[in-house]
Write a protein that binds this ligand. Structure first.
Ligand code: ZN
Length: 383
């Protein structure tokens, strides 16, 4: 019997985190990623995946480690009402059962963390990554902040945590939640806050007190793609993570930086996500004994979210990575059509066209110089 190489956390009830028709955030495309993985490594066979499919909502006391009691009571009341209400200024509606649905996603992250600490192989929680929620309020489609809650749990258990966030939006709930923590290294690549929600995450925001110098923000201009992300990622992330020596790494793997996403204007391709996955997995094996929790996050283009997250699952579990031109399984394509209401892609290859990039080597030098000044640290280029 082979030892599973990846714990995959997905409970079908995660789909109950549902803001209703017309809302851009849906767990359905994360579910499609999981179903695609299930075609490659069926849950009923001893294969490379440990399938975790029964996840209860996180208990109140775990939620209270990050969220305020008054806010939890407010969400609970909203979830007990018949109809929809608003949990924040407009993006994040309450719905019947929203407390349990959001708490179950936290339960998934918590289980993922426990499993990777126990087995020293990565855990993958594609339904999670709700990095905008704050202690006292919902924000940006995020009711409870599952990633902040598990980062906090690891830090409380005397572990140093490296949190890496490649969502198109700045992970403000996590960064400000641990702004003065010396146990949390936070590295966040995102579209410049002057051009995108939530409007934060600048190089000068480097942490405070024990956390000073441990919060690293890498804002990219609209239109930036792989040519901007990858050289910066390779240059900045490995040295920071190696010198911090985390005992566990958490990667928020939002897919809304993908070219063609409806809510952001970055132009990452699947190849960039695949390289980020490989680099982070390698770092986790090198410095953290393989302890790595990868969550989902944003992503509003189902054909990208489903394939990028499924491919991440194959990389994290050392399965053969599907060739771009290889066909997608017909049963999966049928399900995709039923869920999305559009014809599914035929192969793994995402042909969405990128625009000409404005990003130049000088832009990289300028941004790195700014980070070096703010952080008091050098990031030599590899060449
Ligand atoms: Zn996002």
């Amino acid at each position: 019997m082979t030892r599973p190489a990846l714990s995959l956390v997905w409970d079908e009830r995660f789909r109950q985190y549902d803001f209703g028709p017309g809302h851009p955030f849906t767990e359905q495309s994360r579910g499609l990623a999981v179903r695609l993985l299930a075609q490659l490594a069926p849950p009923d066979e001893a294969g490379p995946l440990r399938w975790v499919d029964d996840v209860p909502p996180a208990p109140r006391d775990l939620l209270e480690t990050f969220h305020r009691a008054e806010y939890l009571a407010f969400v609970e009341a909203a979830g007990a009402m018949d109809g929809s209400s608003l949990l924040d200024a407009g993006d994040t509606p309450g719905f019947p059962g929203c407390y349990e649905a959001a708490a179950r996603l936290v339960g998934g992250a918590d289980r993922g963390l426990s499993l990777t600490l126990e087995h020293s192989v990565p855990s993958f929680h594609p339904g999670g990554g709700l990095h905008h929620a704050h202690p006292d309020r919902a924000s940006g489609f995020c009711i409870f902040n599952d990633v902040a809650i598990v980062v906090g749990r690891a830090a409380r258990e005397h572990r140093r945590v490296a949190y890496i966030d490649v969502d198109a939006h700045h992970g403000d709930g996590v960064m400000y939640g641990f702004y003065d923590s010396g146990r949390v290294l936070d590295i966040d690549f995102h579209q410049d806050g002057r051009t995108l929600f939530p409007g934060t995450g600048f190089p000068a925001e480097t942490g405070r007190g024990d956390g000073a110098g441990l919060k690293v923000n890498v804002p990219l201009p609209p239109g930036a793609g792989d040519e901007a992300l990858l050289p910066l990622f390779r240059r900045i992330v490995p040295p920071l993570v190696r010198s911090f020596r985390p005992e566990v790494i958490v990667l928020q793997h939002g897919v809304d930086g993908h070219v063609g996403d409806a809510l952001a204007q970055l132009q990452y391709t699947p190849a960039a996500y695949a390289e980020v996955d490989r680099l982070v997995l390698q770092l986790a094996q090198e410095v953290a004994q393989g302890r790595l929790l990868v969550t989902g996050g944003g992503g509003y283009r189902p054909e990208s979210v489903s394939r990028v997250l499924a491919r991440a699952g194959t990389i994290l579990s050392n399965m053969p990575t599907p060739e771009d031109g290889s066909p997608l399984p017909p049963p999966w394509r049928v399900e995709y059509f039923e869920v999305v209401g559009e014809v599914a892609p035929l192969t793994w290859e995402d042909r969405s066209a990128t625009e000409r990039t404005e990003w130049r080597t000088e832009d990289e030098q300028k941004l790195v110089a700014e980070l070096e000044t703010e952080l008091g640290q050098r990031f030599p280029s590899a060449s």
